[in-house]
Design a protein around this ligand. Structure first.
Ligand SMILES: Nc1ncnc2c1ncn2[C@@H]1O[C@H](COP(=O)(O)OP(=O)(O)OP(=O)(O)O)[C@@H](O)[C@H]1O
Length: 265
């Protein structure tokens, strides 16, 4: 692999679906140990950016360099250094947790018995040791989410792409994952964390990147973002930078339509 000073570089990344330009010249450089909170309104293009970096979408313009190598070179080796938790997970419900984890472990190039041992230990750490051999169809949302998080880490990747990773997790489990991500970053792993839960992004990220109308409109630490807007929570900053100030009138209008022609009146 080439120069790895920067784990991830996007140069003028542009993506168009039909005549809809979703990403309009994204430039980003991310180094070792950074936790990037990648935020933006619904439909801003966050998942599109991640899918491009995972090699799932090819017809983008611009350059994507991961671990010092342009991903368009056709060498898939970089994928083994990536862990991914998708927003909408297609877990194979008919498989047991162990079958699913050894299957994904082998996809990442792990030896089967090594993957099994690691999966068992990690499941036990999540208090899921008793259901290791149960089908995923019997798992709750949070239990499935834990299996996905384990599957993203089995091969000890250097770069993690997490899309709403904490969805469905209880408060205790969230604290464990938050702490785990902080410790992984301290070891030099890079985490690209996309979520709509602003108070968690605020706490977890050491750098926040806000995508709006196809462009990066803010890029810095939480304190730096506070300095460029009126002080407040990340949620307040998000509203300011995306020009959103009318939530009360929008909610009132929504309710007036709901109540419109109410049969009980
Ligand atoms: N396969 C596709 N074909 C056409 N348009 C698409 C396709 N995938 C995504 N889009 C469009 O691209 C835009 C960005 O979608 P994307 O899923 O990247 O947004 P997002 O920021 O991840 O949104 P959310 O916060 O709602 O998850 C949206 O307008 C979406 O409709």
């Amino acid at each position: 692999m080439g120069n790895e000073e920067k784990i991830l570089i996007l140069r003028n990344l542009t993506m168009t679906y039909g005549n809809h330009t979703v990403l309009n010249g994204i430039n980003l450089e991310v180094g070792h140990g950074e936790i990037i909170g990648y935020i933006g309104p619904n439909g801003a293009g966050k998942s599109t950016t991640v899918k491009i970096m995972l090699g799932l979408l090819q017809d983008y313009k611009g350059q994507v360099v991961l671990f010092g190598e342009d991903i368009s070179s056709g060498n898939p080796a970089y994928k083994r250094r990536i862990g991914y938790v998708p927003e909408q997970a297609e877990v194979y419900d008919n498989l047991t947790a162990m079958e699913y984890l050894t299957f994904t472990g082998e996809l990442y190039g792990l030896d089967r018995s090594f993957a099994e041992q690691k999966a068992k230990k990690l499941m036990e750490e999540f208090e899921l040791g008793d259901v290791l051999h149960s089908r995923l169809s019997s798992f709750s949302k949070g239990m499935k989410q834990k299996v996905l998080i384990i599957s993203s880490l089995l091969h000890n990747p250097d770069l993690l792409f997490y899309d709403e990773p904490l969805s469905g997790l209880d408060a205790n489990s969230m604290m464990i994952i938050r702490e785990m991500l902080a410790q992984l970053a301290a070891q030099g792993k890079t985490i690209f964390y996309s979520s709509h839960i602003m108070d968690i992004v605020e706490k977890i990220s050491n750098r926040i990147v806000l995508l709006f109308n196809g462009s990066i409109v803010a890029d810095g630490s939480f304190e730096e973002l506070q300095a460029m807007s009126e002080k407040g929570s990340l949620s307040d900053i998000f509203n300011q930078l995306t020009g959103f100030t009318d939530h009360e009138s929008r909610a009132a209008k929504f309710i007036s339509i709901v109540e419109d022609g109410d049969m009980n009146e």
